[in-house]
Design a protein around this ligand. Structure first.
Ligand code: PLP
Length: 393
């Protein structure tokens, strides 16, 4: 069976976790602080604050951006559901705009028309690792006095060219960027998230909110020779990362350059070999973007039935996933307030025509050829009528 993804973790991570367990300090301690410092240096941000997931990072980012009940946030429906859910955690209304069908990313040209006096922020997504058009989005945000939050859940190691320079996602180019370390992402801590910003006040708020709004962290009280009573000036949450997770994350950061190089080489190979297959379109990487290829998304021609193609591949022991979901099509969004800021036709079309192919750093060229050959056979079968399940109509 060829899986859709496989985290690259091994003895180094296991030993790091054991070291923390033996140390006696298990959560939000020295390993978290070291992971934050290393992450900030890697992406070139002034501050990095570790939390329990990207979802909790997005919640804190939007709260710091001043998003509250009744406010609006312009974002995409075409994303993992956590993007839109984080807006609702703030009591705010997600306003969905459509995607660019070439990159599956927010279409910056649609954002301005979706802005109203209630809009507080733009929440853009670097979808499946592909950088979105940040210069265009920054310009719209600045023009309207809005905060720009980047959902960079999938985008560690991705780069964007701005003013002729290649810069890591997370620098940040907007106001705050949020990352995920779920095992489906490029590096993992099991679960976990990170907020990067250049704004010291935002970073102070993240640290306050992630630990119950506590005025003096327990690390400080623990080291003090005089008695300290903490206070709770604001409502906070428990969004902490553990030291076990952070120690694993530090080992993952060491692997990141090799993981990205391998993923990019495999993506390049996919593109070369899929280009000749009728009915299948490989993804587009704009010349100003370098994706980490967190997922490899191919688009099927209209005549092909997505579920049938996926089932035929699964029958050949190859796991795939449907294209990125649309939050507004889910029952959880049936009753809740959201608004369409544009047509969402391209978002819906992408959900129904895109298939994600297996891609992971340990993937061999033989495994990749197996995927390519199987896809070519399934699609050819469907087009000539042999694989009725994969053909529409
Ligand atoms: C995975 C993902 C998230 C959620 O990340 P968690 O760490 O699992 O909370 C949010 N947004 C996008 C775009 C994602 O792909």
């Amino acid at each position: 069976m060829i899986p859709i993804a496989r985290p690259l973790v091994g003895d180094a991570e296991a030993e790091a976790a054991a070291r923390v367990v033996r140390s006696g300090w298990l959560t939000q301690g020295p390993e978290v602080a070291a992971f934050e410092a290393e992450f900030a240096a890697l992406v070139g941000a002034a501050h990095a604050c570790a939390v329990s997931s990207c979802t909790t990072a997005l919640h804190l980012a939007l709260r710091a951006a001043g998003v509250g009940p009744g406010d609006e946030v312009v974002t995409v429906s075409h994303s993992f559901i956590a993007t839109a859910s984080s807006v609702r955690y703030c009591g705010a209304v997600p306003v969905f705009v459509d995607i660019d069908p070439a990159t599956y990313n927010i279409d910056p040209a649609l954002v301005e028309a979706a802005i109203t006096p209630k809009t507080k922020a733009i929440l853009c997504v670097h979808q499946i690792g592909m950088p979105c058009d940040l210069p265009a989005l920054v310009a719209v945000a600045r023009k309207h006095g809005l905060r720009l939050v980047e959902d960079a859940a999938c985008a560690i190691g991705s780069e964007i060219r701005i003013d002729g320079r290649w810069e890591p996602i997370g620098r940040p180019h907007g106001d705050i960027a949020c990352f995920s370390f779920h095992p489906r992402k490029v590096i993992t801590t099991g679960d976990g998230g990170m907020l990067t910003t250049n704004d010291a006040e935002y970073d102070r708020l993240f640290r306050l909110w992630r630990q119950h709004g506590m005025s003096v962290p327990d690390t400080v009280r623990h080291g003090s020779r005089s008695v300290i009573f903490e206070s709770y000036p604001v409502l906070g949450y428990n969004y902490r990362m553990t030291d076990v997770q952070a120690a694993v994350g530090r080992e993952q950061l060491k692997r990141l350059p090799d993981i990205i190089a391998r993923r990019r080489a495999l993506a390049h190979r996919y593109r070369e070999r899929l280009t000749g297959i009728p009915g299948v379109s490989p993804p587009v990487e704009p010349e100003w973007a370098r994706s980490n290829w967190q997922s490899y998304a191919v688009r099927l021609d209209d005549g092909l039935e997505q579920r049938g193609v996926m089932q035929a591949l699964l029958d050949r022991d190859i796991a795939t996933r449907r294209g990125i979901m649309c939050a507004h099509l889910e029952p959880a969004y049936g009753q809740e307030p959201w608004r369409a800021g544009s047509s969402l036709a391209e978002s819906e079309r992408a959900q129904g025509t895109v298939v994600l192919l297996p891609l992971y750093a340990q993937m061999s060229e033989e495994e990749q050829d197996q995927v390519i050959d199987a896809l070519a056979a399934v699609v050819a079968d469907a087009r000539t009528g042999g694989g009725a399940g994969a053909r529409k109509g």
